[in-house]
Write a protein that binds this ligand. Sequence first.
Ligand SMILES: Nc1nc2c(ncn2[C@@H]2O[C@H](COP(=O)(O)OP(=O)(O)OP(=O)(O)O)[C@@H](O)[C@H]2O)c(=O)[nH]1
Length: 410
Amino acid sequence: MSTQQTPPSPPPRLPISVLTGFLGSGKTTLLSRLIRDPAMVRTAVVINEFGEVGLDHLLVEQSDENMVLMDSGCLCCTIRSDLAETLRDLYMKRMRGDIPEFDRVVIETTGLADPAPILHTLMTDPLIASRFRLDGVVTTIDTVHGMGQLDEHEESLKQAAVADRVVLTKTDLAEPAKVEALRRRLHDLNPGAVHVDAQKDQGLPVLLFDAGLYNPATKSLDVQRWLKAEAYEGGDDHHHDHDHGHCDHDHGHCTHDHHDHGHEHHAHDHGHDHHDHSHCDHDHGHCDHDHDHVHGHDHHHHDVNRHNDKISSFVIRSEKPLPWDGLVTFFETVAKAQGDNILRVKGLLNVEEAERPIVIHGVQHLFHPPVQLDTWPTADQSTRIVFIVKDLKRETVQELFDSVVNAKAA
Ligand SMILES: Nc1nc2c(ncn2[C@@H]2O[C@H](COP(=O)(O)OP(=O)(O)OP(=O)(O)O)[C@@H](O)[C@H]2O)c(=O)[nH]1
């Protein structure tokens, strides 16, 4: 992690959305819909093959064998030898004016892929990292088979855990109770992700993209919307969530269980999630409220370690300003010791030496350069670091934080 404290804000790099999801979960179907949508104008979509998205007569212009322009204004491009080369090539052609200018990129990954290596490429290849930034991860989940896939395939769990947007597919085929049980499980697995219904929701590009720190609607950095720390906190008691194996065998039972435990507010959250993008902001109003409620309490007791198989998420919170070198040591140590178990980290930091808050963002052991915000997003000036992890206890991370950061702060 770099110790640079004042990188440019907002970042001028082109946003990339990574589309992932299990085999047959509906990535291509979603992409075929997206590339025909006029809102995808000035978007470059990187796919495996043209054939899979059925371009046929929609194609208006082919610049070379790897690239076509759709009449929606969406540029479709197939992967060359590897992703890094494809992105470099795209960027150079854009610079030279060989292809229409595009403002964002969407990359489809293959079905069984652990998305982490792709995210690594985006963050580590110097040419790519200086021209592009990760906007978000979009994960398709099949509502008919998704529960079983989450049980049986770790890749599927990881894809859901790193998502900024979860697209529920095949809701026209699945029983509503199963869809609801899956929604709950996904929410427990990754409370910050917004759920979108591929069948019912309209305006998919708006719902799926701009999931990052930069909010094009307000033309500013929107850390509340991005961090969603409140979604990982709050007084939820998720002790019964451990038994998701049951869900696959007995969804009705599982749904009942949740209701029996008074989790109606989950359904409420989900209801908000899949309406339209503006609900993100509405959600925030909602979350702020929750957050104020939580704020008056001892956060260490209210942070809930949500278990979903081996994956859990939690927030490390600290009220006092923290020394930068302590924070750097903490992130370096945690990345070195537990890098493989850290799926995603997002943090808003109150740093002693900095007048303004600093935002960090990491995938496994890699971190984007920190970004300094102009102001605090709300009156709450505490440090909040969201972790989504695998096989890693909250206590382990908290202990390290206490010994490295809090000890230095004391
Ligand atoms: N009824 C229904 N069928 C869907 C939906 N989404 C996808 N399908 C079907 O599910 C099958 C798999 O969908 P794809 O879009 O090819 O899935 P994919 O994730 O691209 O698959 P891979 O490339 O093999 O990983 C296809 O037959 C689609 O027509 C949906 O929302 N409803």
